[in-house]
Ligand binder design. Structure first.
Ligand code: HEC
Length: 460
């Protein structure tokens, strides 16, 4: 009797799972904007497609959305939008921006059936988007002293910037948040901190603060031009690892208490080792600021970082020299000297990038997937944070590989006809290439696998 009951229960549960999953994939008879489409667009598109944000047009009203319905169907079916190059069938990350098959199909059918609006009283409220900070009230705000003048020449601009600051005492910080001023044009920022020894730099505010990397592609020269050096002009201040990154609508990762954080010394600068503005047809300005959130004390587990490839712990094989009219594959392998827990990863290539893959292979020949990008998109180079810390054991080999497309078929190819493009001392110029895989990690501790990295930001 007992067993019979259990079997019936089991069949019952299986049946209900089956019914639920069928229901999920079955689309409603009548698809309307108010009931089905508005919620998808508001949740996945509107954060960027509203006035003043990076998306070129608004997706707010029925009119906005219906009038672009065909292209919306296209960009969602091809998964060009929302922009999220990582393949979600390979690995998942915090704050993933992806539509599921059902949502894509709903949009497609709605468009094919003539974009019915439905009961307009049922159109949901627009989401409320945070202003100023996505994380709360900052303890300190550091702003570019002078607005940067963006030339209206219709070209992408890649710069180095030094944002000097002076504070009363050395202070521990948990997060720095980038708050763009020109949200339309600021496309990405990667920042580190310069920590001056108090006596070695009299005036951190003195000197040049911006270098255009197209004009001065040689990194060392650029560092000299931007006045990083101490007053002796020969020695340099300490440079921390990456402290903040920005891409449109990205919330900076806030790790659990005690994990991460760093010290800001009294005299320093936020060093924007790359800052990218999209093309503008008119002269305009940007005066981005940085929200600083203090920590309770020194980090219990400070983050560590290594990079593979360009400037990294492991070389690029073969050397990154991409002949014109070729597809070219490189890889880089790094054997881990100790157990680590990975938090965040960042693959980096330029305009010839076509494909990126990284995984670890343990001594027992188990493969641990890290990231796969089937269609590299230069514009969307996220720092991907795992949902839970990911243990990679000592002795495992991290393998990263990239494919470059230097043919005419690559619409982003900076040259027509294609020319030889190579790695040049980490030059950020779009016409030079890089292959880099940055890994942010902690030395492994028992239990790390169950520490969730997404909980804080998923609360929103
Ligand atoms: C993270 C910000 C962001 C999100 C989220 C986003 N977009 Fe975009 N979208 C952009 C930007 C920026 C562009 C300009 C092209 C580019 O940079 O790739 C764009 C371009 C577009 C285009 C024009 C494509 C073309 O080449 O004509 C369409 C249509 C579009 N988005 C629709 C959507 C839809 C639909 C969603 C949600 C499913 C969405 N976007 C989500 C930022 C975003």
């Amino acid at each position: 009797m007992e067993i019979k009951k259990r079997i019936i229960f089991l069949i019952g549960s299986l049946l209900s799972i089956f019914i639920v999953s069928c229901n999920n994939s079955r689309l409603p008879e009548k698809i309307t904007f108010s009931e089905h489409i508005a919620p998808i667009i508001y949740q996945n598109c509107t954060s960027c497609h509203r006035t003043g944000e990076a998306g070129m047009f608004n997706l707010l009203t029925y009119q906005d959305i219906a009038s672009r319905s065909k292209v919306i169907k296209f960009v969602t079916q091809t998964r060009y939008m929302p922009p999220w190059p990582a393949d979600a069938s390979y690995t998942h990350f915090v704050n993933e921006k992806i539509l599921n098959e059902n949502e894509i199909e709903l949009i497609s059918r709605w468009v094919d059936n003539g974009c019915e609006i439905g009961d307009s009283a049922k159109i949901p409220q627009l989401p409320v988007f945070p202003v100023g900070s996505q994380l709360g009230k900052p303890d300190l705000v550091i702003r570019l002293r002078d607005a940067y003048k963006i030339k209206g020449n219709g070209k992408d601009q890649f710069l180095l910037m030094r944002v000097p600051y002076q504070i009363p005492i050395d202070t521990f910080v948990s997060v720095i948040e980038v708050v763009p001023d020109n949200r339309k044009l600021l496309h990405h920022v990667n920042a580190q901190l310069l920590s001056y020894e108090f006596d070695k730099k009299k005036d951190v505010f003195k000197g040049n603060t911006v270098v255009d990397l197209e004009v001065c592609p040689d990194k060392l020269k650029a560092y000299n031009e931007i006045g990083l050096a101490n007053d002796d002009d020969i020695t340099f201040p300490a440079l921390t690892q990456s402290v903040t990154n920005y891409l449109p609508s990205v919330v900076p990762p806030v790790y659990p208490d005690g994990i991460g954080g760093f010290k800001m010394v009294r005299k320093g600068a936020i060093f924007l080792k790359d800052i990218h503005y999209g093309p503008s047809r008119i002269d305009t300005t940007d005066q981005t600021s940085f929200n600083v959130f203090f920590a309770k004390g020194p980090p219990v587990r400070p983050l560590q970082e290594f990079q593979m490839g360009t400037f990294g712990v492991s070389p690029i094989v073969p050397a990154l020299v991409v002949a014109p009219n070729t597809l070219f594959t490189v890889h880089s392998d790094y054997t881990l000297p100790s157990d680590i827990s990975i938090l965040t990863i960042n693959p980096h290539m330029h305009l010839l990038g076509k494909f990126f893959l990284a995984y670890a292979v343990t001594l027992q020949h188990d493969t641990i997937p890290l990231i796969r990008i089937n269609k590299w998109d230069f514009r969307w180079q996220y720092f991907y944070t795992f949902e839970k810390m990911l243990k990679i054991p000592r002795g495992a080999i991290i393998h990263a590989e990239g494919v470059y497309d230097n043919t005419r078929n690559n619409p982003n190819n900076p040259f027509s006809p294609p020319r030889l493009i190579a790695e040049r001392a980490g030059s950020m110029r779009t016409s030079d290439e890089m292959f880099q895989f940055i890994v942010t990690y902690l030395p492994y501790q028992i239990g790390d696998e169950s520490i969730s990295l997404g909980s804080k930001q998923n609360k929103e």
